[in-house]
Design a binder for this molecule. Structure first.
Ligand code: SUG
Length: 457
């Protein structure tokens, strides 16, 4: 089919609805917030409403200016009984839950994780403008580096296939094999640059380390895992049929990973022809910047923040780079930042500089997503970007685009079903699982996605 120019492309952010089992399990080694908040009491209701409020504010703004759209992705069923049954716990649901919680408490807690809310890790998505077959490609991330997340990809793939259910437009790949050789964390390590939204863009893959580096001098983090391998990124680029001259690979700086930057989207964010990053984001940064500009074929506004202006510890605590950037060069861009950034004077100074610079960003807006932040998930973690044209949008039959009606339904649904206080012990009771099943069954009807959960099959 070949590359095309087709009018009417728009970016849709698909935010993950926070699940009912949102808790602080300390499950993610290398994610400072996750480790520091282990065993804190969570508030799943507040978490879900905070996420929905952010998504709705962006949906409203996008409706006003016509520049972007907003979608929603459902949470997963937890505790995840199919996995617990696979570990040898049998009998009734109550028995599986009680026995696994008693004998394997840590694994049980991981099987309760609501981490699928961070949809930046759900998949890597390449728009039809970039792929040789002219289809929109999805690869669910295998998330193999963290056990609690490695069990997400099958249901993620199922949900994506239900929402984007048209072979003429959409191409769904399986997650990569479950091995660290192919460790893949999805869009959190993938950005797309473009100067014309209706033209082929540059796909930028950032990896933590190569499983088989091509030089003896290769470096990798020493303290924390490199969750994304070069091999995984390159397989996805091939499967998505991307052009080599429009694809750039870069290694994340290992010192940044060791400081708690477990995904590239914790230290860099790109949008259109703009990138905001910390000086420690990439190894060999000058080569990376040059390759990006070369592939783009015109100026890329790179706003690099120095470690003097914002020490890496503040990058991790404020999550400034986990902001979303929305808008375009003509109308101006805005940074959608977590409230934690508003409370940090160094970040405030940096944002002032970014706005004062002669770049596209001219505004900032803060959102309270504290429940998610305490597990290391800021605004950008909560969304998966999908660039679609009108025909592709029309091919989506599910009720997943956030408007007043859907927002009202979802808020009512959260208020009806979610708890406002949760610790791991609460989930060891089958009553909690039954509550989740009732709620999720109702959700699939609201979203019109059919039976996607194992308990429905
Ligand atoms: O994979 N935290 C997630 C946070 C993901 C953030 N996503 C992006 N940066 N795109 C993770 O580390 C913590 C769950 C817990 O500890 O309970 C967790 O899974």
């Amino acid at each position: 089919m070949g590359y095309k120019k087709y009018m009417g492309y728009k970016e849709y952010n698909f935010d993950g609805l926070v699940g009912m089992s949102h808790h602080y399990g300390g499950h993610s080694f290398g994610n400072v917030a996750s480790s520091s908040n282990i065993a804190a009491v969570s508030n799943p209701k507040q978490a879900a409403l905070q996420g929905l409020a952010k998504a709705k504010a962006l949906a409203d703004a996008g409706l006003d200016n016509g520049l972007w759209g907003q979608g929603i992705l459902p949470p997963q069923e937890r505790p995840f009984l199919p996995v617990l049954r696979g570990l040898g716990f049998g009998g009734s649901d109550a028995n599986v839950i009680e026995q696994s919680a008693k004998y394997y408490p840590q694994i049980f807690a991981k099987c309760c994780s609501a981490a699928s809310m961070w949809t930046a890790n759900a998949a890597t998505v390449s728009p039809s403008l970039d792929s040789l077959d002219g289809k929109l490609h999805f690869t669910p991330a295998n998330l193999v580096a963290m056990y609690h997340r490695s069990v997400e990809h099958e249901v993620t793939g199922r949900v994506l296939k239900r929402i984007f259910a048209n072979d003429a437009h959409f191409c769904h790949h399986d997650a990569l094999p479950q091995n660290m050789l192919y460790g893949d964390e999805g869009a959190a390590n993938h950005t797309r640059f473009y100067s014309d939204i209706n033209m082929q863009g540059v796909e930028f893959f950032v990896y933590g380390a190569a499983a088989y580096p091509d030089s003896d001098d290769a470096v990798k983090p020493e303290k924390y895992p490199a969750r994304q391998s070069f091999e995984a990124s390159s397989i996805i680029a091939r499967n998505h049929q991307l052009s080599a001259n429009k694809t750039v690979f870069a290694q994340q700086h290992p010192d940044a990973i060791d400081a708690g930057v477990f995904h590239n989207d914790v230290i860099a964010v790109g949008h259109g022809n703009f990138m905001m990053c910390h000086e420690m984001a990439f190894l060999d940064k000058h080569k990376v910047y040059a390759e990006l500009e070369d592939a783009l074929g015109e100026k890329l506004f790179i706003c690099e923040i120095s470690n003097d202006d914002l020490p890496i510890e503040d990058v991790v605590s404020s999550y400034l780079f986990n902001s979303q950037v929305i808008g375009n060069v003509r109308d101006g861009m805005s940074i959608v930042a977590p409230e934690e950034s508003a409370n940090n004077p160094k970040v405030q100074a940096v944002i002032g500089k970014i706005i004062a610079a002669n770049g596209p960003v001219n505004a900032v807006r803060y959102f309270d997503v504290k429940q998610s932040m305490q597990n290391g998930g800021g605004p950008a973690c909560l969304r998966l970007r999908v660039l679609m044209n009108d025909a592709e949008v029309s091919a989506v039959n599910a009720n997943v685009f956030l408007d007043d009606g859907l927002y009202g339904q979802l808020v009512d649904w959260v208020n009806a079903h979610y708890r406002d206080r949760l610790v791991i012990a609460d989930m060891a009771d089958v009553a909690f699982y039954n509550e989740c099943c009732v709620a999720l069954d109702a959700l699939t009807k609201i979203l019109k996605i059919g039976d996607v959960y194992d308990f429905q099959r």
